[in-house]
Write a new protein. Structure first.
Length: 250
């Protein structure tokens, strides 16, 4: 038995439970308690024993944009590079596990040539038991390590993507970014229609979609930081006839 793991990229795309990606400071109003309001108002009044709390500033008008997180994960080169590195590590661990199984197979072949109950038979039988135990222990340890490593990588990648979504949204003056799916509905995939029916957003103006901007800027930042170019790298996605928005700052 070898190490089993989910396909890294596929897991990275399984974020359907998140409907909104909102910048941490967008649309938030500072909370003020009564003492603060009273003190602020009192400082503006002269000799007044009582004061009326000042009217809070109106909230920022809601401006919505959309992002296809599946497309972002597929288009972000760091996701691809991380997946390739992850798979390489899994393959290396598989080879380590196969060494135990290969040796156990050799021991089994030698065991078949010996008479049961002899000293040599017992010796090879014990060795087979030992190899199986070592194989199982390494397999379980590897699965735990890879599960934790995968979760940490996905968390890091998601935070980077969310931060870039926030930057692009603020750059374009958007206060909310909703997750959408641009996957086509086809007759060859019966599930595509059902998935489309269950989508929260039925229509969104493509001019307010930030998917291409997010992918472009993620790859731009990744390359600038010296990121490894994945073997499956594809050109940065852009909308035909448009230039991706490039927000400034970190």
């Amino acid at each position: 038995m070898v190490v089993s793991t989910r396909v890294f990229v596929a897991v990275g795309l399984g974020l359907a439970g998140l409907a909104f990606l909102v910048g941490p400071t967008l649309g938030q109003q500072p909370q003020q308690d009564g003492a603060v309001r009273k003190s602020s108002t009192a400082s503006q009044s002269t000799g007044s024993q009582s004061s009326t709390p000042s009217k809070p500033a109106p909230p920022t008008p809601a401006t919505f944009g959309t992002v296809d997180m599946t497309a972002v994960f597929k288009g972000y080169d760091k996701v691809k590079a991380s997946a390739e590195e992850f798979r390489a590590s899994v393959e290396t661990k598989k080879k380590d596990l196969m060494k135990f199984m290969s040796e156990a197979q050799q021991e089994q072949e030698m065991l078949a040539k010996l008479a049961p109950g002899t000293v040599d038979y017992k010796k090879h039988e014990d060795r087979i038991t030992q190899l199986k135990a070592q194989h199982e222990a390494l397999r379980e340890q590897s699965e735990r390590e890879f599960t934790l490593r995968e979760a940490e990588m996905l968390a890091t990648l998601y935070k980077e993507i969310q931060a870039m979504v926030s930057r692009v949204a603020q750059y374009r003056g958007m206060t909310y970014i909703m997750r959408v799916s641009n996957d086509p509905i086809t007759g060859s995939n019966p599930n595509s229609a059902m998935m489309a029916i269950e989508r929260t957003v039925v229509y969104a103006d493509s001019r307010n979609d930030v998917t291409n901007d997010v992918i472009y800027n993620l790859n731009l930042a990744y390359k600038a930081a010296g990121g490894t170019t994945p073997k499956t790298s594809t050109p940065s996605a852009t909308t035909p006839g448009s230039t991706p928005a490039t927000p400034s700052g970190n």
